[in-house]
Design a protein around this ligand. Structure first.
Ligand code: NI
Length: 175
């Protein structure tokens, strides 16, 4: 296990379409997943995608435990720690909602991003067991954000009102 360097916006691997995982339950895949968890926890993220540690594979991990302050204080709902390989997302609602997003690859910044409010996602865990869930709200947002990374999309390109995009500290100033 190792904490890996998180590459930032501008790195070419973040603009690539990542390739599917073709073999499950391999030492290489398990090591990648461990590195993703360790890097995410060290960075204070809620999710991370393999391209963010410069691995162009369709693997994301995300989750927010009960002990996490952000879940504990009710700021966001808790999400079971999940490893999702070769994910597919299907919107279940026409409605989109806007909320703040941030990204470990765009440090110090945030912006308002529209996302589908309800989705079904399918995929596999690292052992090749199938995952299928219907989720909404914050959970749906996190999955859409992470899976965008696998198609070379970063959240700033989804922002509709660019006046909402900026550095955390500046956005915190009362207008
Ligand atoms: Ni991100």
């Amino acid at each position: 296990m190792a904490v890996r360097t998180v590459v930032r916006m501008g790195h070419p691997v973040l603009r690539r379409v990542a390739g599917p995982v073709t073999r499950f339950d391999t030492p290489g895949l398990h090591a990648l997943v461990e590195d993703l968890w360790e890097t995410m926890h060290t960075s204070g993220g809620i999710g991370i995608a393999a391209p963010q540690i410069a691995v162009a594979k369709r693997v994301v991990v995300f989750g927010l435990g009960e002990r996490d302050d952000r879940a504990r204080c009710g700021e966001v709902a808790r999400i079971d720690p999940t490893v999702l390989v070769n994910p597919v997302i299907e919107p279940l609602a026409e409605t989109m909602a806007e909320s703040w997003e941030a990204c470990l690859s765009v440090p110090g910044m945030r912006g308002m991003v529209p996302r589908h409010t309800r989705i079904r996602y399918t995929g596999f865990d690292a052992f090749g067991n199938r995952i299928e869930r219907e989720v909404e709200g914050f959970h749906a947002r996190v999955v859409q954000h992470e899976c965008d990374h696998l198609d070379g999309v970063l959240y700033p390109s989804r922002i509709r009102d660019m006046s909402t995009f900026g550095f955390d500290e500046e956005l915190a100033i009362e207008a």
